[in-house]
Write a protein that binds this ligand. Structure first.
Ligand code: C2E
Ligand code: MG
Ligand code: MG
Length: 702
């Protein structure tokens, strides 16, 4: 009993004793760290000690008793608490560890715990309650945190393991069980086995624990494993938990399964680096490999060969057999390219029908040439696509590090340019890059879309005509129609520049059709107006020649313009006819059947063997201007021209020389019995008006 009733003590001694006791009790009361109180049953304070005033935020005990007059209403955050308190008192006379949230004077809320009892009078009626109060807010917060942590531990997606400093497993959360399929009881109180066997070096693992110990934390990617033994990639963080005194108590390991992410990363990297159709490295990756090869070659002082390959008839396959066939062809090409290159070489697809071969440590240019010859040889075999045998062929441009470029980009561009030259020259299946090629090629980047537009309406094209004359006696025997493209921004674009582009892009059909119609229409007009031109020749490029529509188209134009078919001459290059000779002969015969004349343009520049010339139903051989150019200077060219003329004679062909610029050349040609000439000596190609004037002025009948 804390406050014995002093009045009950009688004697002086007793009084002084009781005073002493009272002092002691008062001191305890005043100095206790716990709050101490007496309250009435209906909830008012009788006495409180300073600690309680402090806990509740009042200045003094008196401040508290004066102002806090309704415990149920003012103190408890939940007023129902007072009722529970009173009920417990009524039933058991005591409450123990009665926890409640209460308002302090300033309105803030704290947690308290109370121990109290009921004080009754002799008749058993309750006189008052007395009790002690402790502020347990700190503890409550801590408990709350623990509960929160426990919830997290139980519910996060990441696996969590808590281990002793000696790495014995103390706790495992459900996510870890789900992730690994290990059951808790298989892990608890056993040594931690986290890493997939053989996946990490010992020093790596030791470093994890050393770092966690010294820095408090380690984080990184590891290979863990599941119950089945399957390894999986995980992101692991290890946190060291120390006591306030600094003793290492636990490690908390958090583990996230990142195998899915890894897989996706791999997929993305794969998709970003490989061509989906052919499974070959794509442009990005092949360039990267080229860069690596360059770095190596720098160290070893070797060469790197870069071969830029473009299929010759891909567009045709796509157009005639459909995209599926085109795709299949590309796959077969990819396979073949891989088969005929070495493991150290990289074959990549740049897009469309373009491929790149990077051959590191090419000893010299000759070995690069051997490589592409091998490639071309294998590309020469037919491809079986959709139950058909397709011949596709390829053009290759070759560039070498360091001769033709220092960077991957330069090498790629130069190999591309060389390929472009190979394309333009059907006889040359591969071409080495040479300096100055770019200037000579008048490179046509950006021209393609313009050409597409021009081809669709024909409005930007015009035909010029270059007279052909016979010098013995001098008379105009015809004219060659030469196309001109008046590009709205670039001005006149040379056919030497855009015809190869038109060939490559397939636009040549439209353009060729326009030329033929225009030339025949013009001839028809001239004939009607009395300008009796013996012939107009029109150039056909190889691709046009091979187009299945050609024969009927020529027939249609001849018929619709109503010209005598013998006045139309078609100029073909040898390149158009190499390859499938039988097919070429058939087409030539069909054309011949229409009644048109045929001539072989640029004769002497191709590889065509003279042997099969006699099988071609040809009317004229047109001697290439390279022979004409050198005929005066060179000792052999006059002889070559002579041979050509003789050969032509014996086969029943006419001959004509093109590119004649000087009287001297004309004279030399005459000596070789070639009297028909075409060239600047007679006239440049002329627009229609100038050409008509030219014919009128030459006024030697036509
Ligand atoms: P090509 O059929 O050999 O035409 C002769 C080329 O030589 C023309 O060049 C002409 O202007 C040029 N030339 C004529 N006389 C001389 C001369 O004395 N000296 C020199 N140095 N050159 C001379 P152009 O018009 O630039 O045509 C170049 C090539 O483009 C033609 O060569 C032909 O292969 C092609 N081409 C021109 N028009 C057409 C066309 O309508 N269709 C097709 N498929 N190709 C065409
Ligand atoms: Mg020509
Ligand atoms: Mg020519």
């Amino acid at each position: 009993m804390l406050f014995p009733n002093g009045a009950a003590l009688a004697s002086e001694e007793a009084r002084s004793m009781s005073q002493e006791t009272e002092e002691q009790y008062r001191s305890i009361f005043e100095n206790a760290v716990e709050g101490i109180y007496q309250t009435t049953v209906d909830g008012r304070y009788l006495r409180v000690n300073p600690a309680l005033a402090r806990i509740y935020g009042y200045d003094s005990p008196a401040d508290l008793t004066d102002n806090l007059t309704d415990i149920a209403g003012q103190l408890y955050v939940d007023p129902g608490k007072r009722e529970a308190f009173a009920r417990a008192m009524a039933e058991r006379d005591v409450v123990q560890n009665f926890e409640a949230r209460v308002f302090r004077r300033d309105g803030s809320i704290i947690w308290i715990t109370e121990n109290a009892r009921c004080v009754r009078d002799a008749g058993g009626r309750i006189r008052y309650y007395e009790g002690t109060v402790q502020d347990i807010t700190e503890r409550k917060r801590h408990e709350e945190k623990i509960r929160l942590l426990a919830t997290v531990f139980e519910s996060v997606a990441d696996g969590i393991l808590i281990v002793d400093p000696d790495l014995t497993v103390q706790a495992v959360n459900p996510a870890y069980e789900v992730m690994t399929n290990f059951r808790r009881d298989e892990l608890l109180n056993r040594p931690l086995v986290l890493f997939a066997p053989g996946s990490h070096e010992r020093i790596f693992i030791e470093d994890i624990w050393r770092t966690a110990r010294s820095d408090g934390r380690w984080q990184g990617e590891v290979t863990s494993f599941r119950h089945s033994g399957d390894a999986f990639a995980a992101s692991l963080s290890v946190n060291a938990v120390r006591s306030p005194g600094g003793t290492l108590e636990h490690y908390v390991l958090t583990l996230a399964d990142i195998s899915q992410r890894k897989y996706q990363e791999h997929q993305i990297r794969y998709q970003a680096s490989f061509d989906r159709l052919t499974d070959l490295p794509n442009r990005w990756l092949v360039c990267e490999r080229l860069e690596e090869a360059i770095l190596r070659a720098q160290r070893t002082r070797t060469k790197v060969a870069v071969a830029f390959l473009d299929l010759n008839r891909f567009k045709q396959v796509n157009d005639t057999l459909g995209h599926h066939a085109g795709d299949d062809l590309l796959k077969l090409v990819a396979k073949r390219l891989r088969n005929c290159t070495r493991v150290a070489d990289t074959v990549g697809r740049l897009g469309g029908d373009e491929f790149l071969i990077v051959a590191p440590d090419a000893a010299d240019r000759a070995s690069g040439a051997r490589l592409v010859e091998k490639v071309l040889y294998s590309m020469g075999e037919p491809f079986a696509v959709h139950n058909q045998e397709l011949f596709c062929g390829a053009s290759i441009g070759l560039a070498f590090y360091p001769d033709d470029g220092e960077t991957a980009d330069q090498l790629l561009r130069n190999a591309d340019l060389a390929m472009y030259h190979a394309k333009r020259n059907p006889e040359q299946k591969y071409v080495f890059y040479e300096t100055g090629m770019r200037e000579r090629s008048g490179f046509t980047l950006g021209l393609e879309s313009d050409l597409r537009r021009a081809a669709s309406n024909g409005e930007e094209f015009e035909l010029h005509f270059q007279p052909k004359v016979d010098t013995n006696p001098r008379r105009v025997i015809g004219a060659e129609a030469l196309i001109r493209w008046r590009h709205p921004a670039r001005g006149l674009v040379s056919p030497a520049e855009f015809i190869p582009l038109a060939e490559e892009t397939g636009l040549i059909w439209e353009i060729g059709a326009w030329t033929l119609r225009e030339a025949c229409g013009r001839l028809s007009g001239w004939l009607a107006s009395g300008l009796d031109l013996a012939s107009v020749s029109v150039n056909l490029s190889p691709r046009q020649f091979q187009d299945a529509r050609l024969v009927s188209f020529v027939r249609n134009v001849v018929e619709s313009t109503n010209i005598p078919p013998g006045r139309l001459e078609l100029e073909l290059t040898e390149g158009a006819m190499i390859g499938d000779i039988e097919k070429a002969v058939t087409i030539l015969n069909e054309l011949k059947d229409i009644g048109v004349r045929l001539s072989i343009d640029d004769f002497g520049t191709g590889y065509s063997s003279l042997a099969y010339l006699k099988r071609f139903p040809i009317d004229t051989l047109k001697i290439d201007r390279s022979f004409v150019r050198d005929i005066v200077k060179s000792a052999t060219d006059p002889a070559i021209v002579g041979t050509i003329v003789n050969l032509a004679d014996s086969l029943g062909f006419d001959t004509i020389a093109e590119g004649v610029e000087t009287e001297e050349q004309a004279e030399m040609l005459r000596q070789q019995r070639c009297t028909r000439i075409q060239g600047f000596l007679i006239s440049r190609p002329l627009d229609v008006v100038a050409f008509e004037r030219f014919v009128a002025e030459s006024n030697v009948g036509v």
